[in-house]
Write a protein that binds this ligand. Sequence first.
Ligand SMILES: *Cc1c(COP(=O)(O)O)cnc(C)c1O
Length: 379
Amino acid sequence: MLRIDLSALVANYAFLQRSLGAVPCAAVVKAEAYGLGAVPVARALEQAGCRHFFVAHLCEALALRPALDRRSTIFILNGLPPGGEGEAAASGLVPVLNSLEQVQAWSAEARRREVSLPGVLQVDSGMSRLGLSAAEVGRLEAAPDLLAGIEVKLVMSHLACADEPGHPANASQLQAFETLRRHLPPAPASFANSAGILLGPDYHFDLGRPGIALYGVHPGIDRSAPLQPVVRLEASVIQTRLVEGGTGVGYGHVFTATRPMRLATLAIGYADGWLRSLSGRGYGFLDGTALPIVGRVSMDSLTLDVSAVPAERIGYGTPIELIGPHQTVDDVAGQAGTIGYEILTSLGQRYARDYVGEAGSAAGSSPVPEEFERTERDR
Ligand SMILES: *Cc1c(COP(=O)(O)O)cnc(C)c1O
């Protein structure tokens, strides 16, 4: 059972919005809002005043569009697949244009429809992942007709190392972004993901673009931001047994009982996103007692050593905390040798998701509901 606390989500949004001051805060809800469910998450944030939503794919945008207010904007970070322009335009979606080919295809769609279509220009300021290179920005500047029919809503770029505040790439990307923008039509700018927002106002520009911090996970090793946990995960015991010392446990017998032990099998495995790298690492919790995972994580189950709790306390159906007050997403990520992002997005579709908490309470409304407040000229 994956429990998602919408009040905590909204409180985190309010914290990020406060950090941004007068700059509006968007929400990145790609990959089903990092595994938490894009529609309920986006709706709760919309009620809290959020008006700008980012997904990765056209299909994600199409699925989200009917759930949101007509006036809320949905941006598609990966841009459009060739041939997807008609569908995107018909649904009022805003693609991030990452290449001259995407610019040309979007411009052609606008001409076909004899309208102007909103688009975002992404520039590569140094991550080397997505966006127009400096040379391509130069070609756009030399041939502004390439943008005919495109209403540039936003110029954006993405930080590679924002989770390391002292990393020199942050300042150099900032400088590169400032420079590249000057060669493009004046438009509001967006640069900062969660970690970028925490870097401070120099990185904020005109629209914040957080994902992970909304979901209560710290983007870097600095855990000082007052983020509230959004996710709780419990799995049920489906069998218990007593084993003798020397008994092998699970696939490969990579664990052997060192003494008589009471074991409990939980109905969760790597097919549910509880990563196989957590084999023999980490804990479940019952009544605050840490119960070590023993042996390999299977596809649909894993085994805990529950010798530390009284036998009568644990049986078929007993819920065991895996993410909650005793163990955060970050803790689990540390044990698995990965990052909180991968833990959250791995918690797949297999669980029942249970939404608790009031959506519309904590944040108030966004300072700028419809348009961006600051423009190129204000900076
Ligand atoms: C995923 C993503 C974000 C959000 O990043 P977080 O680190 O989760 O805040 C922002 N911008 C782009 C381009 C992204 O791909």
